[in-house]
Design a protein around this ligand. Structure first.
Ligand code: HEM
Length: 460
């Protein structure tokens, strides 16, 4: 393979015809929404996904998506299907709640994610990367193959643990949360796609038993860590748990109850580690095929850091490295589908929909839409350069959502990912074992269907 091939296209499923998509969904009960998308879904702006009992409307038009997610956010709340699936784990936590309940939670957690607090989080991120570098060094010394997705999951889970609780993933409750999350993700994604075809609007979807079992385990273990954190009064501790334990609603002075704190921390674990991990694994996979981008990251890190340890100021200046990650988020948005529900009947263009219709906003489709991006399937990090960024149509790039429900951890994730990419790429050459076996599948987040096996070699 030519590693500098400008025509390089990272793996994507071959879009299929609508009929094949229907058959695939019904008979293979595929868990993967991406491979069900027909070619036309990458061209249309608004369309009804045919043959379903509950109306499903695909909305790719950036202006309409913007309207739904900003000005008319109350008319298109979070979907009941997603809220039901996540309820055993996070109850009515900030990710799934709507209206006043969401407003109160969002204003109480926001200070913990402010730019000022990110500097504390950065220190913890560096400690995680230092620790994992030890593990990667050993693997490199032994020429060992390993699962890139698992390695990135464990690293980002450690970052989340350190930034929330000032503790490592290690053994004990944090490791038990991590293990139970793996079970949760496997089983919650197991909702068969054909339920979407057959289910009525607002019908309760029965979740398999492992979902309640793993959710209970996660909540119990987060409770253990929370109680230990509350009992630990060392003044030098500065972390997200500390911030939200103390948080008071500026409107009525109320604090979070213990159960509400567990809801929030459950959301941070859920939303904050698999998302970043998946995108990092994809970024490293792509970089293993893009020697020129690797060279540019190494040069940028050398020039900007001038041999110093990476700190927040240096990481902010790693423009190209960050653009590699942003382009990866375009090609493999961790949340490929962001469902909403129409609270009332309506019409977009010629497409009419009733109350209860599932309105499917899809970063996966919008980011690869033929009318919104030149050469949408190509990896081209310079799309995000200062000179070219203005060519991106407004609202066409939404890996973190938009409007009031935009990801609260976006700045956190960008800083974390830029640091991790800079450190890994500067230190190792990356080789993918069996690269042709790698292709994407949408589970709870956008992952690979069969994993990515990698080998790192230390640079001279
Ligand atoms: C690359 C990494 C990440 C991606 C792509 C991502 C993506 C998203 C998206 C698309 C949403 C909006 C969902 C919707 O509108 O339905 C969201 C919300 C959220 N994310 Fe992230 N996220 C990432 C990392 C993080 C991190 C690191 C944290 C926290 C530690 C986090 C916490 C949250 C929370 C709490 C919400 C709910 C916000 C609200 O509804 O008010 N995310 N994320």
């Amino acid at each position: 393979m030519d590693h500098n091939d400008p025509l390089y296209r990272p793996p994507a499923p071959l879009p299929t015809t609508p009929v094949k998509a229907l058959l695939r969904g019904m008979f293979r009960s595929d868990r993967d929404m991406i491979s069900l998308m027909p070619q036309s879904a990458y061209r249309t702006m608004v369309a009804e996904v045919g043959w379903t009992r509950r109306k499903i409307i695909l909305v790719n038009d950036p202006e309409i998506v913007q309207l739904m997610m900003t000005a008319e956010v109350a008319a298109y709340p979070k979907s009941d299907l997603m809220a039901d699936a996540l309820a055993p784990l996070v109850r009515d936590g900030v990710f799934v709640s709507n209206g006043e309940s969401w407003e109160r939670q969002r204003r109480m957690i926001a200070p913990a994610f402010s730019h000022m607090r990110l500097a504390n989080a950065f220190t913890s991120m560096v400690q995680s990367v230092d620790q994992y570098q030890g593990i990667f060094d050993k693997r490199a010394d032994n020429n060992e193959e390993f699962s890139l997705e698992e390695a990135m999951s464990s690293l980002t889970a450690d970052v989340v643990c350190r930034t929330i609780f000032s503790r490592t993933l290690g053994a004990g409750p944090a490791q038990r949360v991590y293990n139970a999350f793996a079970e949760f993700q496997d089983s919650v994604a197991n909702v068969r796609v054909f339920r979407l075809w057959l289910g009525k609007a607002f019908a309760k979807v029965h979740q398999p038993e492992p979902v309640s079992r793993s959710s209970a385990e996660i909540r119990d273990q987060i409770g253990v860590m929370l109680d230990e954190r509350i009992a630990d009064s060392r003044p030098e501790l500065s972390d997200i748990a500390g911030d939200i334990i103390k948080a008071r609603d500026p409107f009525d002075g109320s604090q979070f109850s213990r159960e509400e704190l567990i809801d929030q921390i459950g959301v941070f674990f859920l939303a904050g580690h698999e998302t970043t991990a998946g995108a990092l694994a994809w970024a490293l996979y792509i970089l293993a095929h893009q020697k020129d981008a690797v060279r540019r990251i190494r040069e940028e890190v050398e020039n900007v850091s001038d041999g110093k340890e990476l700190d927040t100021e240096i990481v902010k200046k790693l423009e190209f490295t960050k653009n590699v990650f942003r382009e990866t988020l375009r090609l493999y948005p961790p949340l490929g589908f962001i469902p909403r529900v129409a609270q009332r009947a309506g019409q977009f263009g010629s497409v009419k929909f009733p109350r209860g219709a599932l309105m499917l906003v899809s970063p996966w489709l919008m980011h690869r839409h033929e009318a919104l991006w030149p050469n949408p399937d190509r990896f081209d990090p310079d799309r995000f350069s200062v000179a070219r960024e203005k060519d991106i149509p407004s609202g066409a790039y939404i890996p973190f959502g938009q409007g009031p429900r935009i990801c609260i951890g976006a700045a956190f994730a960008l800083m974390e990912a830029t640091l991790i990419l800079a450190r890994i790429v500067s230190r190792y050459d990356i080789e993918i074992v069996r690269p042709n076996d790698v292709y994407p599948a949408a589970r709870l987040t956008t992952r690979t269907a069969n994993g990515i096996t990698a080998r790192f070699t230390k640079r001279d």
